[in-house]
Design a protein around this ligand. Structure first.
Ligand SMILES: Cc1cc2nc3c(=O)[nH]c(=O)nc-3n(C[C@H](O)[C@H](O)[C@H](O)COP(=O)(O)OP(=O)(O)OC[C@H]3O[C@@H](n4cnc5c(N)ncnc54)[C@H](O)[C@@H]3O)c2cc1C
Ligand code: FES
Length: 288
């Protein structure tokens, strides 16, 4: 692998102060999935792509469920002091979120941001963002960061996968950015008929530029991307969304077997603190 391969980014300073965040809107944007916009100046200012916040999904006086739920920061507006989460209602916590009125005012208790960030590519890189499900959330913020920080437009290809075209979460937002959008659906209802990682592998093979790959998605997608990246020596970072408890490194509830350097031994490492973004070569086959 080239010397410019990203190493796992170092953890950023963590703050677990509770940051009460005011709901701006809580919009249903697809079947079972929502965009929640929250107002809180510090989170909006300091959050970077790959980081996540821990949201209390219970009323203020309640501790049921006890554990906060982690969500990637999907977008930020630093001037207005707002940040967005993209979420799917899958269980108690996310259904509680989905019940928040789609109108300003409700206060939500949030901690963070936590975790590390994606490593910046070089100006020469052909950048691939490979995502599925709510895993597209950190990739969207990363695309926006890249487009805002470069004087020359970076070459970015988004490969987004879903079971059906209706489940291509956030695709309209990506299509408004200056990047190439390619989609894959399991049922062939839009784009490539098959897995998003098959689509990525085909596009990447034809690309003559040095590649830099960033992925986030369901466990199966992450594992498939990891395997392709390692086999083809593509510099790749994957954001893993394993189960978490505290979110800031003290409980060890989120550990996975992860190397400290390519080819090294596996250690139980905290995905909330040393991650959630890891060099694909450090991840164990099977990932989560
Ligand atoms: C770093 C990180 C970032 C994350 N970012 C996002 C994000 O941006 N948007 C988002 O929606 N989620 C995200 N998640 C996942 C999110 O935290 C879980 O969906 C959430 O904790 C589920 O809580 P719940 O109380 O609704 O479900 P629970 O009651 O805890 O679980 C109910 C059932 O749903 C299953 N389940 C849990 N999560 C998922 C899932 N994601 N997909 C399918 N089934 C699931 C469980 O296995 C269980 O069977 C992230 C997780 C991590 C670790
Ligand atoms: S969730 Fe507690 S250490 Fe990671």
């Amino acid at each position: 692998m080239s010397s410019s391969t990203p190493q796992s980014p170092t953890p950023t300073p963590q703050s677990h102060a509770t940051r009460p965040s005011r709901v701006v809107f809580n919009r249903r944007v697809g079947p079972g999935w929502y965009t929640l916009r929250l107002e809180e100046a510090t989170i909006a200012q300091v959050s970077r792509a790959g980081q996540f916040v821990q949201v209390k999904t219970a009323d203020r006086s309640s501790f049921d469920p006890l554990l906060r739920r982690p969500f990637s920061v999907y977008d930020v507006d630093r001037e207005r002091g707002t940040y967005d989460l993209l979420y799917t209602a899958v269980g108690r916590g996310t259904r509680w979120l989905a019940d928040i009125p789609d109108s300003p005012g409700t206060m939500v208790e949030v901690e963070g941001p936590f975790g590390n960030t994606f490593t910046a590519p070089t100006d020469r890189d052909s950048i691939y963002l490979v995502g599925g499900g709510v895993g597209v959330a950190p990739l969207y913020l990363f695309a926006r960061e890249l487009l805002a920080s470069r004087s020359a437009l970076p070459r970015i290809t988004l490969c987004m996968g879903a079971r059906t075209r209706e489940q291509l979460q956030g695709i309209d937002e990506f299509r408004r950015l200056s990047l190439r959008c390619e989609v894959a659906t399991d049922d062939g209802s839009e784009g490539f008929h098959g897995r998003v990682t098959q689509l990525f592998a085909t596009l990447a093979e034809r690309d003559r530029e040095p590649l830099r790959v960033y992925g986030c998605g369901p466990q199966g997608m992450n594992e498939s991307l990891r395997a392709i990246a390692v086999e083809r020596s593509y510099p790749t970072e994957i954001c893993v969304e394993s189960l978490m408890a505290c979110g800031f490194g003290v409980c060890f509830g989120c550990v996975l077997p992860i190397r400290k350097k390519p080819g090294g031994d596996f250690y139980n490492r905290r995905t909330c603190y040393e991650g959630p973004v890891f060099d694909a070569r450090l991840l164990h086959p099977g990932i989560e």
